[in-house]
Design a protein around this ligand. Structure first.
Ligand SMILES: *[C@@H]1O[C@H](CO)[C@@H](O)[C@H](O)[C@H]1NC(C)=O
Ligand SMILES: *[C@@H]1O[C@H](CO)[C@@H](O)[C@H](O)[C@H]1NC(C)=O
Length: 204
């Protein structure tokens, strides 16, 4: 009798902890969704537009930073609307030198006064991501696959801001985004789209 009772308690506790961890990742306090839209293939990789959406109704994010881990030997040839904090060791490259050769790059936003030739739409807000708004940057990735079958999602996303800690879920290959042109007469589709959802964990 006693053992049945303790088994029941263990099961109850287990189901509670499952509920809590599921709740943490589908919080109704909103989330930060990071979306990678692959826009075109290049000889050695792809060009992607990365957009972070702040779906938190109350919480403004001042000074976001985003990082991830490449799963191969990818490099970032160039970036618009944001920059990596470190270039890393690009010594094996001759001629064109990548923007970053770091395996776990960290990306920070640019300032509003950034020269236009380094901007893209929705960029350059000095890292401030207000509720309901989005921030975007573009990067050209090399040493990467350049087809739907060979391009590999980056992994282990980390999204942070001063005094805010988030937990990011896995990268997911989702239905490619459809874009509508400004004159609304044509739609285009991303080659691939990857989503990552991060939820607020705690104030630090
Ligand atoms: C993130 O928030 C948006 C907007 O509230 C919602 O549509 C989406 O389902 C959420 N994503 C997850 C994984 O909970
Ligand atoms: C991926 O994220 C975008 C931006 O939040 C959203 O519009 C889209 O529905 C998401 N896709 C999936 C399958 O969750």
């Amino acid at each position: 009798m006693e053992s049945i009772f303790s088994t029941m308690i263990v099961l109850l506790l287990l189901s509670f902890s499952c509920l809590i961890s599921t709740e943490a990742l589908t919080s109704n306090n909103g989330n930060i969704t990071i979306k990678w839209d692959l826009m075109n293939w290049t000889p050695d990789g792809y060009v992607a537009v990365v957009t972070a959406y702040n779906y938190q109704k109350q919480r403004s994010v001042p000074g976001w930073k985003m990082s991830w881990r490449w799963t191969r030997k990818e490099v970032i040839w160039n970036m618009f609307g944001a920059k990596t904090t470190q270039q890393g060791d690009c010594s094996m490259f001759k001629g064109n030198i990548p923007h970053s050769c770091v395996r776990k790059p960290t990306v920070v936003d640019l300032l509003p006064g950034t020269p236009f030739n380094q901007q893209i739409a929705n960029c350059c807000k000095s890292g401030v991501l207000k509720p309901g708004l989005e921030s975007a940057f573009q990067l050209s990735v090399g040493n990467a696959g350049n087809s739907v079958k060979t391009a590999r999602m980056p992994a282990n996303f980390i999204f942070t801001a001063p005094k805010q800690q988030y937990i990011c879920g896995p990268s997911k290959n989702v239905r490619p985004t459809r874009f509508i042109t400004a004159d609304k007469r044509r739609t285009t589709t991303a080659l691939m789209t990857w989503n990552i959802t991060c939820v607020f964990h705690k104030a630090t």
